[in-house]
Design a protein around this ligand. Structure first.
Ligand code: SAM
Length: 357
């Protein structure tokens, strides 16, 4: 296994067969085994050569939990009648950003369900206002699938980055996680359109989603290699009680951190968050992610009332070090493991797009 890790580190790629062998082997290894220690050490070295020991922070503003989609895994899916729906108005979004900028955030992420209120024109107004007010800050959107024209308009309005996980790169697995109105092909096309529109683009998937196989994970790695995104977000699947997957088991923290390390070796310059889902499943989940090669944390800047309602899965963290207002706590936690939170936009070193200023 050591030779496969070295091959990945040196050439940044593996064949599908090699990916399957490596992931299979890791799934039966402990996270304190010598192969795991070796993998994490390699990932940290690669990350240090690119980004030092900096941890970039992003202020996450959850703008709406109204969604037309019905993804089987997601707590804000359209047919969850128990979800208490909300939407932030532009002025509420501006208030969150104002607060975040004072706290030291220089990237804002507007994330939400596919809510038709947020038309291209409404978003254009929000984006241009935020970019005019905070010239030193980057703006990331995570608002799902839209047309190429829409992505281009949002990019032209000044948005810098866009996050859209592919969720799984296998067609039949995709159709086990989504209703048949949603297609993997469309998702992939959106990702390539985002790149074409000039966005720093983020993709990713859930680890341990229902029916996921080792072969699926190998396909996820191959797709990420092909897409070559600037950002990769992966986190464990966690069930939500009001979804068809309520009784499925969560994904594992261990496999998530192994995959973070492998992604760091495959895409050395990528921005990889230690996600909220990782922090939700383990008290030191974020630290484990950073020690496996992640370099981004996205604390929550949403208003208190929205945080409770943006429930993608059971027990989703939104307090303590997860809350933007407790940045000091997060700084201390990162210092303890030898890393430093930094106040800067934190663009991807690999970007071939011009940041919007
Ligand atoms: N609507 C946008 C989209 O689809 O990209 C952004 C919001 S969506 C809720 C953000 C991400 O949450 C999804 O890409 C998915 O991977 C993750 N997510 C949803 N339900 C989850 C669950 N039960 N466990 C872990 N992650 C989940």
């Amino acid at each position: 296994m050591y030779s496969l890790i070295e091959k990945l580190r040196d050439t940044q790629e593996l064949t599908k067969k090699e990916w399957i062998m490596l992931i299979e082997h890791l799934s039966s290894a402990e996270d304190n085994s010598s192969v795991a220690e070796y993998l994490f050490a390699q990932a940290r070295t690669v990350r240090r050569a690119q980004y030092g020991k900096k941890v970039f922070i992003r202020g996450l503003i959850e703008i709406s939990n109204i969604c037309k989609n019905d993804c089987y895994y997601c707590g804000i899916r359209a047919s969850n009648k128990n979800a208490k729906r909300y939407r932030l108005m532009p002025d509420e979004i501006f208030k969150c950003a104002e607060e975040g900028h004072k706290l030291g955030f220089r990237t804002f992420v507007l994330q939400g369900g596919e809510d038709s209120y947020f038309s291209d024109d409404v978003l254009t107004n929000i984006i241009s206002t935020l970019k005019a007010r905070y010239e030193d800050s980057a703006l990331t959107l995570s608002l799902g699938e839209r047309s190429q024209e829409s992505y281009q308009q949002l990019r032209n309005a000044g948005a810098d980055r866009y996050l859209l996980r592919h969720e799984t790169a296998n067609d039949s697995h995709y159709s086990l996680l989504h209703p048949n109105t949603m297609k993997l092909e469309t998702r992939k096309q959106c990702l390539f359109n985002l790149k074409k529109a000039g966005f720093q683009t983020g993709s990713g998937f859930m680890v341990g989603s229902p029916y996921q196989t080792t072969e699926n994970l190998a396909e996820d790695m191959l797709f990420l290699k092909e897409l070559n995104p600037e950002m990769v977000g992966i986190g464990p699947f966690i069930p939500h009680c009001d979804t068809p997957f309520a009784s499925y088991l969560s994904g594992s923290v261990k496999m998530t951190v192994f995959l973070i390390a492998l992604i760091r070796l495959m895409l050395p310059k990528s921005l990889i968050p230690a996600t909220t889902a990782l922090g939700t499943l383990h008290d030191f989940g974020r630290e484990k992610g950073i020690l496996a090669g992640a370099n981004v944390i996205m604390p929550n800047l949403s208003p208190e009332s929205a945080r409770e309602k943006y429930t993608l899965y059971n027990n989703k963290l939104h307090s303590g070090a997860e809350a933007a207002e407790h940045l000091e706590m997060l700084k201390e936690r990162m210092n303890k493991i030898g890393y430093q939170i930094t106040i800067e936009r934190g663009d991807c070193l690999c970007t071939n797009t011009t940041p919007n200023h």
